[in-house]
Ligand binder design. Structure first.
Ligand code: C2G
Length: 134
């Protein structure tokens, strides 16, 4: 049983997120998604989510590729998460390439997958704001 872990905000869930989750699951048999809490997003990533944590969690739990959703409260928890959840592989989009290689010291394979181009939560919000002006 290969256990895979990934982290993110997953706000305004879109097909770029789904592409990532599908490919992350393809890396193993069990996928854990560590979902950024509202506080972590605001305090550490200056992201104001449209959907609060509970709704973002509910959406992720409805995705066939996702087996477990747990909270991301800080940047540091990755080192302990991978042991606590017996993780074999850490998977992230390649906008994070190189940032989490230290997890190899914890015996975890680190995999960066190409992002889905042209789609992002920021782009969606911008498009919607522009449509409102027309
Ligand atoms: N992603 C993607 N393609 C997109 C948009 C996002 O592959 N068009 C991927 C990102 O690379 C990331 C995941 O989807 O692996 C979640 O993206 P975000 O919700 O933007 O997560 P982020 O803010 O990058 O948080 O500790 C790590 C952070 O929590 C990551």
């Amino acid at each position: 049983m290969v256990r895979v872990i990934t982290y993110g905000t997953f706000d305004l869930l879109h097909y770029g997120h789904i592409n990532l989750l599908r490919r992350a699951k393809e890396q193993g048999d069990y996928l854990i998604v560590v979902l950024s809490t509202d506080e972590f997003n605001w305090n550490m990533k200056q992201k104001k989510c449209y959907f609060p944590y509970e709704q973002r969690k509910q959406l992720l739990e409805a995705i066939r590729y996702v087996d477990l959703v747990i909270p991301e409260n800080n940047w540091e928890q990755k080192r302990s998460d991978v042991h606590e959840y017996h993780v074999d592989k850490f998977v992230m989009g390649d906008d994070w390439k190189g940032k989490f290689d230290f997890l190899e010291e914890e015996g975890v394979e680190v995999v960066y997958l190409p992002r889905t181009p042209e789609i992002s939560t920021t782009a969606i919000k911008k498009d919607l704001a522009e449509k409102d002006k027309k």
